[in-house]
Ligand binder design. Structure first.
Ligand SMILES: NC(=O)c1ccc[n+]([C@@H]2O[C@H](COP(=O)([O-])OP(=O)(O)OC[C@H]3O[C@@H](n4cnc5c(N)ncnc54)[C@H](O)[C@@H]3O)[C@@H](O)[C@H]2O)c1
Length: 265
């Protein structure tokens, strides 16, 4: 990573959940490249620490914290500590998520609870913790990682689809709620992105189908109109735009008619 200072984000602070891996790691590195201080949180504290070290080694400023977003009190404390440490939070990336079981018949009540707790309540806990702070400052950017599965019905990963659909409605409502305070709330809906979450799923599905992971992925890729998976960089480009100062009017206009801009890669 090359550390580049952008005037837009220089000296601002980004708070990221699920920042230890995949898309969250990409968001953390991208915000550091833009000159922001980055608070990398993850339920896997060591992974968060590795990403924070990566940022520091490239010349950025970062702190790591183990955080399970299911725990509302711990999330509020982590946000308060970040505000204390850096003097405020400008960007929140509510990104942590879990996929849950693929097969509905094998999905237990505990599976439903975990997926809804992390993907819905975890996002709500994160946003709730920072909302009074952003309202008071009359500024802020919230970006929620939803999924294309939140807008598309299917027969697999049904709890996941339900959780992402729920969080898209939360995004729209929170966008309307915070608009008068100059705070924007958006969601990105990544397509298939080859992160550890997606690769684990691909390996398990391929195994069950008796094919190689490579063949399974080739099949999935061929179903995508552009025949390409989403790259983490595609998502961080979009995220960088949605949190930029320049995005204020564009998101503001989109909020007016239907309650939030829904960006999809
Ligand atoms: N990879 C894809 O194809 C894809 C597509 C659409 C949406 N998404 C979404 O992107 C987000 C990031 O996923 P990813 O693909 O980078 O997966 P990933 O597994 O690489 O990263 C997810 C991170 O979230 C962390 N996490 C899990 N439960 C947590 C909890 N309770 N509290 C805090 N952190 C927790 C994990 O430790 C991990 O570091 C998720 O919300 C996911 O649903 C991914």
């Amino acid at each position: 990573m090359v550390h580049q200072v952008s005037v837009d984000s220089y000296g601002k602070t980004a708070f990221i959940t699920g920042g230890g891996s995949g898309i969250g790691r990409g968001l953390a590195l991208r915000m550091a490249q833009r000159g922001a201080h980055v608070v990398v949180t993850d339920v896997d504290g060591e992974a968060a620490g590795r990403v924070a070290s990566e940022i520091e080694q490239a010349g950025g400023t970062s702190v790591a914290k183990r955080l399970d977003v299911i725990d509302a009190d711990a999330t509020a404390t982590a946000v308060a500590e970040a505000i204390q440490h850096f003097g405020g939070i400008d960007y929140v990336f509510a990104n942590a998520g879990v996929l849950g079981p693929a097969d509905l018949t094998e999905t237990t009540p505990a599976d439903w609870s975990l997926v809804l707790d992390v993907n819905v309540k975890g996002v709500i806990n994160t946003c709730q913790a920072v909302t009074p702070h952003m309202m008071e400052r009359k500024q802020g950017r919230i970006l929620i990682t939803a999924s294309y599965n939140g807008v598309r019905a299917g027969t697999h990963v049904i709890p996941y689809r339900v959780s992402k659909a729920a969080i898209l409605m939360y995004t729209r409502c929170l966008a309307l709620f915070l608009a008068p305070y100059g705070v924007t709330v958006n969601a990105i809906c990544p397509g298939v992105t080859l992160t550890p979450m997606q690769l684990d799923y691909a390996a398990a599905t391929a195994l069950a189908a008796g094919i190689t992971t490579e063949d399974y992925l080739a099949e999935r890729r061929s179903a995508i109109p552009m025949q390409q998976f989403t790259e983490i960089e595609d998502l961080t480009n979009l995220a960088a735009f949605l949190v930029a100062d320049d995005a204020r009017l564009i998101t503001g206009q989109a909020i007016a008619p239907d309650g939030g801009m829904l960006a999809s890669s």
